[in-house]
Write a protein that binds this ligand. Structure first.
Ligand SMILES: N[C@@H](CCC(=O)N[C@@H](CS)C(=O)NCC(=O)O)C(=O)O
Length: 200
């Protein structure tokens, strides 16, 4: 498998999960501005959507969209228990979190990267985001991870997008449960290995 990633982008989540699962893969860096890969390929020819993450399977299929990629990977090694079994209520609960992280947190923070947005619009986006962070806190104050049973792919995704908050002067100290969550997930060897590659 090949993981097309951009350093510290949302592709960090599948990068972490690939390492958590110990699956063989080739990380291929993408320049998100030029849409060129580090090995000189046209990324748009690989993923016409033009964004990371993209996972190229050994049969040539290219899978995109973070929540789909994460679930595909977790199901390759169900014994690692990074996702509840498909068809169970717990799996739907996981999908509920994946969707929340994708639309409410990733989506919310994602808008703030847009330099053309006026400050008052960004303030409105932040106000909405703060309400969503408070929702996360309600869960993470009573348990270590989004699912009560332990670390899952949803946590890898949440950890990834919460790392962007300080870029927009959003100090997570306001939500101590989120700070503890970031510290807890950040200590995982797979997370440190993925970050070491992306920050190199
Ligand atoms: N819907 C996609 C969004 C992916 C996304 O937002 N990727 C960003 C990095 S976090 C990107 O590559 N943006 C570059 C671009 O849109 O040109 C997903 O959930 O995977």
């Amino acid at each position: 498998m090949k993981l097309y990633y951009a350093p510290q982008a949302c592709s960090l989540a599948p990068h972490i999960v690939l390492r958590e699962l110990g699956l063989p893969f080739e990380p291929i860096r993408v320049d998100n501005r030029s849409k060129q890969t580090a090995n000189g390929a046209d990324f748009l020819a690989i993923n016409p959507k033009g964004y990371v993450a993209a996972l190229q399977l050994d049969n040539g299929e290219v899978l995109t969209e973070g929540p789909a990629i994460l679930q595909y990977l977790a199901d390759l090694r169900p014994e690692a228990q990074l996702a509840p079994v498909n068809g169970t209520f717990e799996r739907v609960r996981l999908q509920e979190w994946l969707n929340f992280v994708s639309t409410e947190i990733h989506g919310g923070l994602g808008w703030l990267f847009n330099a053309q947005f006026p400050e008052d619009v960004k303030t409105l986006i932040k106000e909405k985001l703060f309400k969503r962070l408070a929702v996360l806190c309600q869960t993470l104050e009573r348990q270590d991870y989004l699912l009560a049973d332990g670390f899952s792919i949803a946590d890898a995704y949440l950890f990834t997008v919460l790392r962007w908050a300080p870029l927009f002067a959003i100090e997570l100290d306001r939500w101590p449960a989120l700070v503890r969550f970031q510290q807890r997930v950040g200590l995982r060897p797979a997370v440190q290995a993925a970050l070491a590659v992306e920050l190199a």
